[in-house]
Design a protein. Structure first.
Length: 314
């Protein structure tokens, strides 16, 4: 697959920073999109715009789509786990909680993936470092949502919806590693097929249950466009370029950058507040991830084909 224009001249560091910014801004764009559309509509438009973008990129790079029916079956399942369901849950969650909190909850994705791989699918060996990291990370989850403060009914629904999306990501990443990691298709072909399947899954629900708001502010429409074209289109290509060219321990650390941007844009552009427990909890989550991934004891990097589908998406 062809890298983004001038990728090698600029260097993967720029794409790494841009990727974290795009995924961090996604929660801001969702919040703006909800001013014009219902949660299922926001998710459906996001996927449709992403599908058009990836189809254009596939055509520009002359990358054929997958031909195997079996591969398309895996992509359909992966789209439900990684796109249609979690995108709808995050959109619904943000009708009840801030974009800042949603972005911080998204930082739990690596923990969710580890839990699924360890205890449900048993794809990973249990090591003391992993257990210790999970404990620290789960404490961070409790801190970031402020369990001691209690929740109103609406906020509780929002937190549960976003955590449900993170659980979907956990199953999705482990499913991708098991069923897609060894396929001969190029990542952009798999990503395009995945987003196409997600679009097909959500469009009927959008038509049946979605609804538009009375007004369609330009900011909402622009945000939805950015969410689809950048967050669900170009981000896939940038992610692959970073994974391919950066060291393994650096490539996956975009997890640490995304919530930072989510907090910055939520405060700067949405006027949201930040409670002391939210950044403290987020730091505990990220520390737990670092411990569980044994980042303090670097290991040999995994091959690219085993890494490309292992990064967090929003």
């Amino acid at each position: 697959m062809t890298s983004p224009p001038h990728a090698r001249r600029i260097g993967w560091q720029v794409w790494f920073f841009l990727l974290g910014a795009i995924w961090g801004c996604s929660f801001w764009w969702i919040k703006l999109g909800l001013r014009a559309m219902s949660p299922v509509d926001v998710a459906a438009v996001r996927l449709a715009a992403g599908a058009v973008t990836l189809l254009a990129l596939s055509a520009a790079t002359r990358t054929p789509l997958a031909r195997s029916i079996k591969t398309w079956g895996h992509l359909f399942v992966l789209a439900a786990l990684m796109n249609s369901v979690p995108f709808t849950l995050f959109s619904y969650g943000e009708t009840h909680i801030s974009a800042v909190l949603a972005g911080l909850i998204n930082a739990c994705t690596p923990l969710s993936t580890l839990i699924v791989a360890l205890f449900i699918l048993r794809q990973e060996p249990v090591r003391p470092a992993i257990i210790g990291g999970l404990v620290v990370g789960l404490v961070g989850v409790l801190v970031v949502i402020g369990v001691w403060q209690g929740f109103g009914a609406g906020q509780r629904l929002g937190v549960v919806a976003c955590l449900g999306a993170v659980v979907c990501y956990g199953f999705g990443f482990t499913y991708a590693r098991r069923h897609l990691g060894s396929l001969p298709d190029k990542p952009i072909a798999l990503a395009t097929g995945q987003i196409l399947c997600g679009t097909l899954q959500l469009v009927p629900f959008s038509l049946a249950f979605g609804h538009l708001r009375a007004s369609h502010p330009l900011s909402s429409l622009l945000a939805l466009g950015a969410l689809g074209v950048l967050g669900t289109g170009f981000a896939y290509v940038l992610n692959f370029d970073v994974v391919r060219n950066a060291p393994a321990t650096v490539a996956s650390s975009v997890t640490y950058l995304t919530p930072v941007f989510a907090v910055i844009v939520g405060i700067a552009f949405l006027g949201e507040s930040l409670s002391w427990n939210e950044p403290v909890g987020a730091l505990l989550i990220l520390l737990g991830v670092a411990i569980a991934q044994e980042r303090f004891h670097p290991r040999s990097p995994r091959p690219v084909e085993d890494r490309w589908a292992d990064e967090p998406l929003t």
